[in-house]
Design a protein around this ligand. Structure first.
Ligand code: DON
Length: 318
């Protein structure tokens, strides 16, 4: 496949009304100072709390971006919907449903509770479901699974990506709650193991480095029904994309998912490094990066930006 470099914001959009609108929004939102950078993974605490970027990519591949658009950060839980898409693509819905459901939890992202009826993780957006989904990476060796993992994210982003080794090590060293979740799933037959190998893939997945424009392209690929608007590569079928977006809509923002849907009305996903992506199917993908998080683990300014864009452009689905 051909990799494209992350697109630079086209010069002729400098005065574009969308860029002008995003610049105004960025100025307003930068006055919001609530929240705190995640520190439960020590490496994440090193983020600059003042970073703020907004990027929009349309389904025809035009990108508009303002703020700290070159900053790279780890993808964290924003990786989860894409890995779920991979699982659907490679294994089919019936098989995937045996290992992970599609019900919202109303619980925090690191909840250790599995569904009482069948011990299945509730959905692929919380850690339990994402760890179970990581086990579905195909490959005879660790290297082959890692290659499949990178190919997935690079395919969505449309460029070569790398892993933040320091965050990866930090996740792995401190991820004992995720270990507890994984061993509980091993105990109940939801993963086969070896458990440390599954966790290793999950920690690595969370530690992939992206910038705000990458995330907007990834979101735009979902908006374009699974086809990357920059490279033309088909990552998912429209049906698989619809399944991914449905789970993002109901479960993407954890125990804030209901309020998010009520206020913003778009399928979305957040990550603890401070990014939020939202998708307007058939139109565009939005990505916001601002590392200060609220108590639930969502970017404070990220939520504010998405709310404003949804209101200003009338994007609420209902
Ligand atoms: O499992 C973890 O702790 C992280 N690596 C991913 C968590 C995450 O981004 C949750 N999102 N808000």
């Amino acid at each position: 496949m051909t990799f494209h470099q992350t697109p630079k914001v086209p010069l002729d959009t400098a005065e574009h009304p969308i860029t002008a609108y995003l610049t105004r929004l960025l100025d307003e939102v930068s006055k919001q100072n609530d929240g705190a950078v995640a520190d439960y993974i020590p490496e994440l605490a090193k983020a600059d709390p003042e970073d703020l970027a907004i990027a929009i990519t349309t389904v025809d591949g035009q990108t508009y971006a303002v703020g700290t658009v070159d900053r790279e950060f780890t993808i964290q839980s924003v990786s989860k919907p894409f890995m779920y898409g991979y699982a659907l693509r490679e294994h089919g819905l019936e098989r995937v449903l045996k290992q992970v459901g599609v019900e919202p939890t109303g619980d925090p992202f690191n909840s250790i509770v599995l569904n009482n009826e069948n011990n299945r993780p509730f959905n692929p957006m919380v850690n339990a479901g994402a760890i179970a989904t990581s086990e579905l990476l195909i490959g005879a060796t660790r290297e082959e699974k890692i290659a499949a993992q990178m190919d997935l994210y690079e395919g969505f982003a449309g460029r070569k990506l790398s892993v933040d080794q320091a965050v990866y090590a930090s996740e792995s060293e401190t991820g004992n709650r995720n270990r507890a979740i994984a061993y509980m799933m091993l105990n109940s037959g939801m993963i086969e193991g070896p458990t440390e190998a599954v966790l290793d893939l999950y920690f690595r997945q969370c530690s992939i480095l992206v910038n705000p424009i990458d995330l907007s392209v990834m979101a735009a690929t979902l908006a374009a029904h699974g086809r990357n608007p920059l490279t033309g590569r088909v990552m998912l079928t429209p049906g698989q994309t619809s399944d991914v977006l449905s789970v993002m809509a109901t479960c993407g923002m954890y125990d804030y998912a209901g309020q998010w849907m009520f206020d913003v009305g778009l399928p979305a996903k957040s990550g603890v490094a401070g990014s939020v992506v939202a998708v307007i199917p058939g139109q565009l993908g939005i990505a916001v990066y601002s590392p200060k998080l609220d108590a639930v683990g969502n970017s404070v300014r990220g939520i504010q930006v998405c709310k404003r864009i949804s209101d200003d452009l009338g994007l609420h689905a209902y």
